[in-house]
Design a protein around this ligand. Structure first.
Ligand SMILES: [Zn+2]
Length: 400
């Protein structure tokens, strides 16, 4: 006798909830799952058996089982080595790709050398096809690919996976999801949908799920690549806007008739805190992430010119954050990518500007932080996108 559809729906929701807990929090006893999910012990037991039969989790006795206190509750562990997604981060001048296991574990990764030029879509997609084939070839026998996610430094239409515009790459209307799916199918026979999101949005979600902002409902995440992107989490949900283009804080205008921006406007925040601004202020002739890191390192070693450049950029960083604090009243502001090093070198200027510009009431609870996932925040965010289907309908997704 088939169960009524309503019961099937509830079972699917519960399987997803159990698997999501294991994925986010790691190994956990049946007893803890029972307490956390508010379901009864028999239901949790049935759900974990189903997930184990599907090869998604394993169950065993705890490593340090206490004696004399009755039978210990079985521990449910994610099958991180066996169940994985392909996660891809496409920056302005670099592609990173990894096999990421259930539980958010980076199992194997490939990364291009940074170049001095922005990537073309053709070059990025060819690299993804090549890396995908290498990663799958190295995957253990019997392991299962359950999804693919891409984080890209561009404005993305998430429902179709189309890059509308990359202010620092010059990409226009590129059907990235389709191109990546095509390359993976051709080079390694991988099928299934490819989901694409903005890198800063996905980094914000990754830090919110398993990083420095875990447990924070209201977060502003600032991602510095060549330009500056943003991800805003409001009441635990990513603020995406009507078409998914929201959160482009790098293009918040901070200076009337300021410098020309890659987006076509003038005086955007990224023209004062982006890569070109930092290197220009420091008089550094190079470009790219290594050049920015070299300025930060020079300042740390006492180079007066580099210190002055970072003070100036830090002041502008605080200027923009003050506006964001006044608008969003976040609990936490996270500065990632190249802005991590800039903030750590210029925290005094950032805080000083915040004290003079932000509303005291909004500023008093704000924590300024750098990402726990460090450089991998966009990559792990892309992995979470890849896991979304599995965590919504575990048995269906595991069956392929
Ligand atoms: Zn702009």
């Amino acid at each position: 006798v088939r169960a009524a559809p309503a019961q099937e729906d509830i079972r699917r929701l519960n399987l997803g909830a159990v698997l999501r807990h294991i994925h986010v929090s790691g190994a956990m006893s049946r007893a803890d799952l029972t307490a956390r999910l508010g379901l009864n012990r028999a239901t949790i037991g049935a759900l974990t058996v189903d997930l184990a039969d599907a090869g998604l989790v394993s169950e065993g006795t705890p490593e340090a089982a206490g004696r004399g206190r009755g039978r210990p509750s079985l521990v449910v562990r994610p099958e991180s080595e066996r169940v994985y997604v392909l996660a891809i981060a496409v920056g302005v001048e670099r592609v990173t790709m990894a096999r990421v296991g259930l539980g958010g574990v980076v199992l194997d990764r490939r990364e291009t050398e940074a170049t001095r030029e922005a990537l073309t879509p053709e070059a990025a997609v060819a690299t993804i096809g090549e890396f995908g084939a290498a990663l799958l070839k190295a995957a253990p026998k019997g392991s299962t690919h359950v999804g693919t996610g891409v984080a890209v430094a561009a404005i993305v239409r998430t429902d179709s996976g189309t890059v509308r515009f990359g202010p620092n790459t010059g990409w226009h209307e590129q059907p990235l999801a389709e191109l990546v799916a095509g390359a993976l199918a051709a080079d390694s026979g991988v099928t299934g949908p490819v989901l694409v999101g903005n890198d800063a949005d996905l980094a914000a979600l990754a830090e919110h799920t398993r990083g420095v902002a875990a447990g924070c409902g209201n977060v502003v995440y600032i991602q510095g690549d060549v330009g500056v992107g943003g991800g805003i989490i409001h009441d635990g949900v990513l603020m995406s806007g009507a078409d998914g283009y929201g959160g482009e804080i790098g293009h918040m205008v901070v200076l009337r008739d300021g410098k020309r921006c890659g987006c076509g406007s003038r005086g955007c925040w990224e023209t004062e805190i982006g890569e070109r601004a930092i290197l220009g202020a420091a008089g550094h002739p190079g470009s790219g992430r290594e050049a920015v890191d070299a300025v930060v390192e020079a300042a740390r070693r006492g180079d007066v010119g580099a210190q002055e450049a970072l003070r100036q950029v830090g002041d502008w960083l605080g200027f923009g954050i003050a506006n964001l604090v006044n608008i969003f009243n976040p609990e936490m502001v996270v500065m990632g990518g190249m802005l991590r090093g800039v903030y750590l070198a210029a925290a005094t200027q950032v805080r000083s500007r915040l004290r003079t510009m932000a509303l005291a009431s909004s500023l008093e609870g704000v924590k300024l932080r750098t990402p726990l996932l460090e450089e991998d925040a966009p990559l792990i965010g892309a992995a979470e996108l890849g896991f979304a289907r599995l965590l919504t309908d575990p048995l269906e997704a595991a069956a392929g």
